[in-house]
Design a protein around this ligand. Structure first.
Ligand code: NI
Length: 167
């Protein structure tokens, strides 16, 4: 297993639209495992392939406290949505910032698992929010896109400054 580098806002690569995965093979499964290890180490509750500069439709999630229920979603697609809720969201690509975002409260989706089999999943509350957040990454979208331009630019400026210090 390997830890992957996480891209940080405003890196333009985070704006790439991810493409469909046609073939679930051992290599992809290993990559998903590396993403999970990266997510758990960060630590975070979700990670999209886009965040580790792999622009395919793959996300990993684990919202449990025990961190033993990894969810791997390949080519996820939301079929139905119901209700809405507001949550304070953070993102491993936007470290140190949290903002309130409104999303659907209940979703039903289909996806492909690590074995290449299609399955459906119903999610509600925080898990549903998390899935929607990660799926946004696959479209090149970030949670800061839901807040005001002024706030987004402030976050951008602060992160650029941090990144400069680190480099
Ligand atoms: Ni994120």
């Amino acid at each position: 297993m390997a830890l992957l580098d996480i891209l940080e806002f405003p890196d333009p690569r985070l704006r790439t639209k991810a493409s469909l995965i046609n073939n679930v093979d051992g290599k992809l499964a290993t990559f998903a495992d590396d993403m999970l290890e990266t997510m758990y180490t960060a630590p975070g509750v979700g990670l999209a392939a886009s965040q580790v500069n792999f622009h395919k439709r793959l996300i990993v999630i684990d919202v449990t406290e025990e961190k033993k229920s990894p969810l791997i979603l390949i080519n996820p697609e939301i079929i139905t949505r119901e209700g809405d809720m507001e949550t304070e969201e953070g993102c491993l690509s936007i470290p140190g910032f949290w903002e309130t975002v409104r999303r659907s409260e209940n979703i039903q989706l289909k996806a492909i698992n690590r074995q290449g089999e299609e399955f459906t999943l119903e999610a509600e509350g925080f898990l549903a929010v998390c899935i929607q957040h990660e799926m946004d990454h696959l479209e090149g979208k970030l949670f800061v896109d839901y807040i005001s331009k002024t706030k987004r630019q402030m976050i951008r400026k602060k992160l650029l400054k941090q990144q400069k210090v680190r480099d």
